[in-house]
Design a protein around this ligand. Structure first.
Ligand code: RAM
Length: 333
């Protein structure tokens, strides 16, 4: 009898070990650190991250970020994530250089660090995932506003924070595109920063109307800025006088598309971006990749993601939304 009991106990322990629960097999904890909380774009990234975590199993996604988009806020958060010994950090950076010392500290502590959406300089992360090629995104923004104003008139850029890696890269390409002869009658008169805060972006848009009474178009390559600019154009009765494009969330821009205030804008799928970032983080934790050129991440429904030069990875091509498709996508993100 005693022997039978002992055998049963041994079998039970072995079964528990096999399922990984005997010693409370640790969950892999991936922290998604976003530029700032309360931004619908990042909430969609979080949803994608959670979808990936569920598929991978045994993964906990910790969604976090500062209340306003600053590098200082992100540094504090990363410090506490190091103390919590998370396994990976995927961050959309408010500053490409200011975060390097703290993410280096994280990597020294054995934490795998990637940047996604808005990158960290290459010493401070193992992989940098961008939603699409930076030149495509930037050039496309100019092409969109040009088509709305007939390639003629004053335009301004309403950006996010002045240090944002992603917006600054796109703005660089917008300026390149504007050098082409077809835009010779278009003039970029100002670049202003709404800091990815709705009220500040709204005020910056009003400032542009005041300073540039002949303004014909605004490019706002931030989901927060473009929606705020839409509201400013509506409130000031400038529909048709000032055209608007940018990078927006269909769910937030549908109203302005329906009203004809923003006829076209672009974006990629932020759910897919958060999903892919989570798969890449997981692959690093599991040692399936190290982030070197030639590494391939098997990213679930996103297929294979190739790691290129300097740990860079690209997700896809930006998509244009207009009245023909806005209803469908507004339900998704
Ligand atoms: C805002 C953020 C984010 C950017 C999008 C387009 O939500 O600045 O980093 O990718 O806009």
């Amino acid at each position: 009898m005693k022997k039978a009991l002992r055998i049963t106990a041994i079998v039970l322990v072995l079964a528990l070990i096999a399922t990984g629960s005997a010693f409370g097999q640790q969950k892999i904890r991936i922290a998604m650190v976003v530029k700032g909380l309360g931004n619908g774009f990042f909430e969609a990234c979080r949803d994608g991250g959670q979808e990936a975590a569920k598929e991978l199993g045994n993964v906990e996604l910790i969604y976090t970020g500062p209340s306003t988009p600053t590098a200082e806020g992100q540094i504090e958060i990363i410090d506490s994530l190091i103390a919590q010994k998370v396994d990976a950090i995927a961050i959309s950076a408010n500053d490409r250089d200011a975060l390097v010392p703290i993410t280096k500290k994280a990597m020294k502590a054995g934490i795998k660090v990637i940047s996604f959406d808005s990158g960290i300089s290459k010493d401070g992360r193992m992989v940098d995932l961008v939603p699409s090629k930076e030149d495509l995104i930037g050039r496309q923004q100019v092409q969109l506003i040009a088509s709305l104003i007939g390639n003629k008139g004053e335009i301004a850029i309403l950006s996010a924070t002045s240090q944002a890696t992603n917006q600054n890269a796109w703005i660089g390409w917008m300026k390149e595109e504007l050098k082409k002869p077809e835009y010779s009658q278009m003039k970029l008169v100002a670049t202003v920063y709404g800091d990815d805060l709705s009220d500040k972006s709204y005020r910056e848009a009003l400032g542009l109307f005041e300073s540039y009474p002949n303004l014909r178009g605004i490019i706002s390559p931030t989901t927060v800025g473009v929606a705020a600019a839409g509201k400013a154009i509506e409130d000031k009765g400038l529909k048709g006088k000032v055209e608007l494009t940018g990078l927006g969330l269909p769910s937030e821009m549908k109203y302005y598309v329906d009203k004809g205030i923003c006829k076209k804008f672009a974006l990629w799928n932020p759910i897919d971006l958060g999903y892919t970032a989570t798969y890449i983080s997981y692959s690093l934790v599991k040692g399936q990749i190290t982030g070197k050129p030639g590494d391939v991440v098997k990213a679930g429904r996103m297929g294979n993601i190739n790691i290129g030069q300097d740990g860079g990875a690209v997700m896809g091509v930006p998509f244009v939304f207009d009245k023909s498709n806005i209803d469908k996508f507004a339900k998704m993100f």
